[in-house]
Every structure is written in C-alpha cells, then in structure tokens.
Design a protein around this ligand. Structure first.
Ligand code: CLR
Length: 383
C-alpha cells in the first residue's frame, strides 16, 4: 500500500517530502525529510563499503598475471555492491537519507592485518559541501594496493523513482615488481531508488559500468540484463547482473559471469561460483570518540546521531542547526578575510590523466573527469 512504511504521525510530512522531490532535480541532500527516513550516518562513512571484504581486496595483489588480476578486481568489485547498495535496508529497515557532510568533514578507519592479508587503511574527506563531493583513499601498503576516488550524485525524479547518476570514478593502482604498476579505472553504476510511494525506499542498480585495466583487459558489468528462467526470484528486488571480461584489443569475452550481486554469482560457462557475499563482512574499525578531532564525522555528528537513534528529533534538529550555523559563520568569515577553506588530504585536479588515458579504451562518457589526489599525509594506525 502507498505509505505503508510510513509511521502514521509522519504521513503528511512524507507526502510533502515526496512532492518536493517530484518537482526537484539536483541536490537531494538539502531537502528536509521526515524523521523516520533519516539515517544517523554521514555520507563520509560510505567509502568504507569498498573494503568490507579486505581479503578479496588483498587477493588482487596475489594474482599471477594481467588476466588473473582483471578477474580478481572484478570479483572484489562485485562483492562490494551488496554493502554499498543494500546494507542500509538490512541495518535500518529501508534506504535512508544520510547526514549531509560539512566541508572538511573527515572519516578515518582501518582493517587490521589477518591471515597475511595486510592492513588496509581508509582516509575520507568531504571536499565540497555544495554540491556534496566525497573524496577517499584506501590503501593496503604491504600488498601495494591503493584505491583513490571521489563520489558525487546528480538526482532527478522519473516515474515514481529517484534516479541517481553517480559522478566521479575510482582508480585502483597495483604495484608490480621492478617498479612497474597497473591501473584500473572503475566507473560507477546508476541508481534507481524505488519504493518511494510506500515509504520504504530501496536501491536498484541500472545501466552499465566498466573496469578498464591499463593492461588492456576490460570488464563490463550490465545491471539491466534479464534474469534467465530458473534464476527467477519472487522478490520485487532483482539485483541481477551479467558481466564479461575481454582481453586487450578484442571484443570477444574470455569469461562471462551472471547472478545476483547481493547473493551469489557464477561463471556462465563452467557454472563455478564467482562471488558469494551471503556471509558476514567486516566493518571498518575507527578510533574511539574521545580520540577524534572535532571534524571527524562521528564526533561532529554525535548528538544529531543520538537524537535520530533515540527518536529525540528535537535534539537532532537543534544539534543539526548548530552545526549548520557554525558552517555558515565559517564561510562568512572566510569571505570577509578573502581566504578559502584548505583541504587537508586531497588536491583537486581539473582532469584525471588516468581517466583520460584509460577512458579512451572503452569510449568513456564523459571523456574527461576531474579528480582529488591524495596528499599522503596521514600515518596509520593513528598514534
Ligand atoms: C554514495 C557513494 C557510495 C554508494 C552510495 C549508496 C547510496 C546512495 C549514496 C551513494 C549517495 C546518496 C544517496 C544514497 C541512497 C540515498 C541517498 C543517493 C551513491 C539520497 C541522497 C537520499 C534520498 C532520500 C530517500 C531515501 C528518501 O559508494
């Protein structure tokens, strides 16, 4: 039923929120939403989803050649999708509206070494508030792996769903022997947020995304492929995909994968399991609140988050206003002083040379994108 997932007292507030998104396109984060749909988690925490299966990330470094590396990268990438796009439904009951990060907001974390996989470190910085842009750097130094990327969104409304075009890309760098390295340009899928009328939003992925290796290997992931009979689930959420891996200069795949990105997938030819994410994942470890700086996400939002978690929405909104007013004052002070906010960990470049070079190989659209380059100025684990 329409409005099924909406608490009775918030029905009219949900209706007006839905009306405002219908006639709106741009930055959804600025719209006021009813309390039941608010998440206590800031968008700066989201890049952690890239590494919640640290062993699969580390395994990329152990692959023996270019082909095996391309396959290992695809396997890791597909295995991140469940966390990225369905974990709020599992934890919070539906997709929710994350906290809108402030400029300069930080999120640090790590996954400890276990079974020789090496330690993985995460640095996130909110590099723009309006529009919201989040930059991240994830590295496993002992394996010679680093993922650098940024994330922004363009939203619109179409036949009952919110359509989210992801802006930004990620580049994975793999150090090889003799000072050589291989790079992988990763583009991101489109999102459709369904279930809006019912007040229980969830994400479906649409379109196609690519993983282009500097070695020439290309993986193409198609999120709109039709499920063959026999695979059919009764759930309205499909999450089905097909992927291909093609060698340099060829258009004939040497590997085809199909399945559900939130459950299991298999090699279409051999039937062998490719990914299986039904088991537990490892959430990122962060420092205790007492050791955090004021701009670290969980410290900055702690009272707002408590308000949302405990249903004390007055507290949440009072604390949120405090943060927003403080931000406005900072911007005014900067303007008066003729200064600009300095980013702490990233440097903006107008065009990413890796995107330009590798994007040509699969006709990336757009042909150029900007990037935020990590300045390598944080020690892990934090002292
Ligand atoms: C951020 C980057 C991550 C993947 C990801 C997952 C969920 C997306 C989020 C990104 C961006 C913000 C987002 C969110 C789902 C809902 C939320 C689009 C792309 C919007 C702003 C809130 C909509 C409000 C409804 C839930 C009512 O790697």
């Amino acid at each position: 039923l329409p409005g099924e997932g909406v608490p009775a007292a918030q029905k009219s507030s949900w209706t007006s929120f839905v009306k405002s998104i219908v006639s709106f396109s741009g930055d959804l984060s600025s719209l006021t939403a009813p309390p039941f749909i608010l998440s206590p988690i800031s968008l700066t925490e989201f890049p952690a989803y890239w590494c919640e299966r640290p062993a699969l990330f580390a395994a990329i470094a152990d692959a023996k050649d270019e082909k095996e590396r391309a396959i290992a990268v695809l396997k890791w990438f597909i295995s991140t999708l469940k966390g990225q796009y369905t974990s709020r439904n599992e934890k919070l009951g539906s997709e929710k509206k994350p906290l809108n990060p402030v400029l300069g907001e930080l999120f640090y974390g790590h996954w400890l070494d276990r079974d020789g996989r090496g330690q993985t470190n995460l640095v996130v910085e909110q590099v723009s508030h309006h529009p919201p842009i989040t930059a991240y750097y994830i590295s496993n130094p002992s394996k010679g792996l680093a993922l650098q990327g940024h994330s922004a969104q363009k939203t619109s409304f179409s036949s009952g769903s919110i359509v989210v075009k992801q802006i930004g890309h990620a580049v994975l760098t793999v150090d090889l022997p003799e000072g050589k390295k291989e790079e992988f340009l990763i583009t991101l899928p489109r999102l459709r947020i369904d279930g809006i009328w019912y007040g229980s939003p969830y994400i479906e992925l649409t379109g196609v995304s690519y993983i282009q290796s500097s070695s020439g290997w290309l993986s193409t992931i198609d999120y709109e492929a039709k499920e063959p009979r026999g695979w059919l689930t009764f759930s309205s959420k499909s999450h089905f995909f097909k992927a291909t891996v093609t060698p340099p200069g060829s258009s004939t795949p040497i590997k085809r994968i199909e399945g559900f990105w939130h459950e299991t997938s298999k090699d279409s030819d051999s039937g062998e399991t490719f990914t299986d994410v039904r088991g537990p994942k490892e959430e990122v470890t962060v420092a205790p609140l007492e050791q955090m700086q004021d701009f670290e996400s969980r410290k900055l939002w702690q009272h707002v988050a408590r308000g949302i978690r405990e249903g004390d929405y007055e507290l949440a909104s009072r604390e949120k206003s405090k943060i927003e007013n403080e931000q406005r004052q900072r911007r005014r002070d900067e303007q008066a002083a003729g200064t600009r906010w300095q980013l702490k960990h990233f440097e903006h470049i107008e065009s990413d040379p890796v995107y330009e070079r590798l994007g040509k190989l699969f006709n990336a659209n757009p042909p150029k994108e900007d990037a935020y380059v990590y300045m390598h100025n944080r020690e892990f684990p934090p002292a």
